[in-house]
Ligand binder design. Sequence first.
Ligand code: ZN
Length: 494
Amino acid sequence: MSALRCRGVAPEAQRAESFARLRAFLARDVLRYSPFYRARFAALGLGADDIASEADWAAKVPFTSKDELRDQAADFVLAPNYPGRRADPRTEEIDAASLARYAQDAARMAEEAGDIEPPTSLGERAYRAFLNDWQPILYTRTGGTTGNAAQSVYTLSDLHGPFKRCALFHHNMVGWSPEQRFMSLLPAGEHLGFYGNLLVPILNGQPLRAMMGGRTVSTENQVLVAAKVGTQALYGTSSYLVNWLETAVALQAEGKITGLPALQLLSASAEALSEGYAASIRTALRQLGAPHARLVQGMSSTELKSGGFRECDEGMGLHVDPQHYFIEIIDPDTKLPAKPGERGVLVWSHIDWHGTVILRYWSGDTIDGGTRFDECPGCGLTVPRLFPPFRRLLADFIKVKGARVDLAELRAAIETAFPRDSYQIEIRGDEHGKLSIRGHLLEGLDAERFRTIVFGAVELRLDSVDACTPEQMNHRLYGAGGWKPRWLINEQAP
Ligand SMILES: [Zn+2]
């Protein structure tokens, strides 16, 4: 299939083309091979022919929720049946055009294999071509607690197709060059943060050092490697980038490195890049002799499967590929499309992916900075662009004793007064509904001030504040195997 145009195209024409591809994907693959959507559309008496326009789409196709995905993850995986093999009665047999293509692939595969493999029939090789197209080969899941983790699977055709195209968007950053030396700071794990930052540079033929996280290679040693090889691009979570650069500044003060002047690009993802984090990163970059390095934001999620929506440059908005995603901005109250430019919840659908495929996914993220569909003044691409801040409708608010607590506000208030990773708030309820709200604070910091700030920001009264050693605090924040600080623990009885 030809690539969807992203330059010199009118936004409306591009959106119509993106929707046409979504509609074709629905009819050709999703409604034939997805156990979940076959059942859902059948229950609604809906067929592909009932969806002729974007308006039909928005009016007739229900949102898919996080809970549905978590509870029925396997049913979201496209699973066509192959003639003569064990069949899933819930899905259809693979179409004839695909079978013809697998037969052609079989001949090519036989040639590539040479005499290395034991003789294999062309029929067997055609089946292998089918597996390359549809069999899940890579699993990712969220770092959430066991039981409610979201997961997504990829096929080989996903990695060569949509995922590789996502990776191309990483070329589209100011200062990118094909020889730029990357370092991924993402810890090794079965999550997209790690795989995305491993596969994107590799698929782009980019020099990459993957450090696998601070537990595999200490942060100090990562910095020494970066200084030695002249790393130019760093990929990490926002909080770890801060931590990593502070370590570099300390090593410079000890005379172990002479700054990191080669740095050109830093990409922060996986958690919000707060103003405090961004300011701290910029200060460190100046100290390390890399004041001109760009700091761009990206976001992705397990469900999305993308290598990440990213900015091409600071402040340009996160670029979405309209070839493989159809996005909608939905008013959280009316659940109808928001007016252009207005705040709303990001809802997206996969286009032309295999493996896990989701339609109209209610991400729960509000795009507070708005969405634009016009030509980007930075790179000249005409693609949807999402502007921060992004907020999670559910995760950013909790209820404590009936009152709504805005977590983003709480965290911002604490961060203005206390160093990063120096505190944790723990809310626990017993079966009688009795709550205990405890603060944990790094020893030597002012507990009374902590109480005052927490109460002033969200009227949350801490029952106690314990002093923690650095080791205890580190264990509290990262000891659960997570890769983002667990600054808040909320375990109220439901
Ligand atoms: Zn751009």
